[in-house]
Structure formats: structure tokens, C-alpha cells
Design a protein. Sequence first.
Length: 88
Amino acid sequence: MKELDKYEADILQSVENEEWQSRGNIDERIKELQSYIKHQKKKAISIRVSENDIYELKKKALESGVPYQNIIQMLIHQFASNKIKLSI
């Protein structure tokens, strides 16, 4: 596990000291975010992917209970928003 920088360590300490409080009804917030995602404008694309990769992706999707198209969307979004990086 990577070592935390000062900013991350400060946040962890703050959480452990119970300085954070919920900002309301979690279920309501989840519905709000799901609605936002559902109504986001989307663009259809076409890509070529190996059959083996699609098979493995669908297998993982079944294990997690998330449709494989949603997993692809999440991966693209996380990469586009710099939350994940490619390791080449």
C-alpha cells in the first residue's frame, strides 16, 4: 500500500477523529446522483475489442452485478477524469 502524503494523512486523521458528518439522507443523495447519471447526454461509439476481452468483461460484470456496458462507461470516465492511469 502506498504511503499517504500530508494532505491524505490529514484527511484520514480528521475522519478517524469523527470530524465528518453526513449531509443528509444518503438514499436521497444516491437517487439524485443516479438521476444525474441517467440523464447525462451520451454519445454512441463503435470500437473493436477482442472476443476474449469481452468474454472476461462480461464474466466480471456477472460477478459484480453491473452490466458490462456500465463497466466500460465507468472505466472511460475514470480515465478521462484522471482517476485511473494506464500502465504501459
